[in-house]
Structure formats: C-alpha cells, structure tokens
Write a protein that binds this ligand. Sequence first.
Ligand SMILES: [Mn+2]
Length: 301
Amino acid sequence: MIARSSAVLFYKGKFQLLNKSGYMHEKVKVKVLVQAGLGLAMVKPRIGLSMLYCLGEPFKKMTERLRKLETAYIEIVDEGFHALNKQRVSTLKNIGESHGLKYSVHAPFADINIASPSKPILKAMLKRLEKSITHASALDAYLWVFHPGLKTGVSMFYPGMDWLQNLKTTRLLFKFARDRGVEAAIENVPEPFPFVMKSVEDFKRFYSEVGEGIGLVLDIGHANINGQIGTFLTTFADKIVHMHAHDNYGKSDQHLGIGYGTTDWKKVVNLLRRISYDEIIIVESFEHVEESMQKLKQLLA
Ligand SMILES: [Mn+2]
C-alpha cells in the first residue's frame, strides 16, 4: 500500500501532464513495481521505429508500412511528404487504434531555426511548429521532439542573441505543448551544423538557464559524433525522457543501421542499465531498420 501511494504522488508530480494517453498508465505500473522493490529486472527500454527511413516515399505508402510493423512505438516525422494535416492525423489515429500503436511526433526541421534573429521569419516558423504540436495533440502523441536553434550569418554581430532566442522559443514551445497535453522535449544535434546546443557543456548551460522541466531526447548517433555518448548518459540521467538510436563512423550524421558504424552498443546498453533507463528507444536509421530493432532488443535482453 505504501508503494502504491508513493507511486500516485510520483504520478501527480511528474506525469500529470502526460495523462492524455494510455502510455502513461503503463509507465506508472512499471514505476509502482520498481518502488515496491519487485520489478528492477523487468525495467527495460522498449524499442520503437521512426518512419524517417521512408520520408522519401508518399505518405500513403508509409501508412501501409505502419500496419505491418513489429513494434508499438512509432515516430512520425511531420516533414516533407509526411507533413501532417487533419486528414492524415485522422488516418494515423485509426491505424494506431486498430494496431495498438503509440506515436511520438518529430517536429519539422527543414528551414526551421528557433533561434532566428528575424522577427517575421521566426513568427512564420513558430506558426508551423505550433501547428505540428496541435497535430501531435490530436494524435494523442506521448512526445513531440524538436531541435535547438542555429547560428546565422549575423550571429557574430549580436553575440549571445541566438542563445537567448533559443531559450525563449524553447520555453514558449514547451508551454504551448503542455497546454495541449503534449510533452515537448529537445534533442541533442550533430556536428558540424551551427546549432547553438550540441555538446554536454551546452546542455548543462541550457538546463541551468531554461527554468522549465523540459526533457532531453538523447540521440546516440549525434552524441557519437562528438564522442560524448557516455557523458551525455551519465550527466543527464534524470533529464533523458526518450532516445534516438542510429549509427555512424563518428564523422558525419549517416543514420546507419545499429552495428554498422563505430558506436559501442554494448557499452551503451551497460550505461542504460546503470542509469535504469526504462523509456522508449526509437531506431532512426535510414536502412536495416528491422535488423536494427532486433539487434537492440537482443542487446537489452
Ligand atoms: Mn534524432
């Protein structure tokens, strides 16, 4: 009984805002077992798949793939051919209900810069991002993932401005999502792009300044490029709410299949166990996607 009531408090403290989806209840159940000291062995991340690998195909073809997948956790990329609208949200919702799928939504990222110094352009981008959050809410998505802002051709004249705008827009998006029952979380992004936040040090500063309980989506592939997988996992163990997994040779963002690059996946899995990570890991490879999900499941077994 004690474990049960503390789990409810935990629920009220941390997961209150997620209660639009059944996903949360599942998560609470696991936490109850953990808190009762019964379930440590069964705390395991669940493996999902991003539809990013088929972004070059028509939306309809992607929805046909959805019906045949062997996972319940799907990342929909609100971009390009798969950009969401009301009709598409309703199609995805129907498939989700009949196939027991739980969605996360990846925010648009082409030509998007949440740290833009141009007021009218930032306004247009915010409009697009808010629309994406509204669709994610209609889809009962458990998470909406977005990228930090970038430096621009005028950054050198206005030192620190893009960092501040990045913080401001992040807070705004986080609140906009929260008001619509969606959890918004920010992703670590890869070198060599001029994002304002890429390293562990950047994220430390971000968390000391942002003043909101915003979660981190740890992208293992991106962290492999700056050689900080281990540091990210241990520094932000209490901030990581979701993960992206793909591989590369440590130089560029190749999104290879798991095991096709230089990432030490055994080490990753050992660290995940050490920090008791029990959320979702989304495979974001461009190829070998089924194989990648199987490999991760085997490593985590
Ligand atoms: Mn990613």
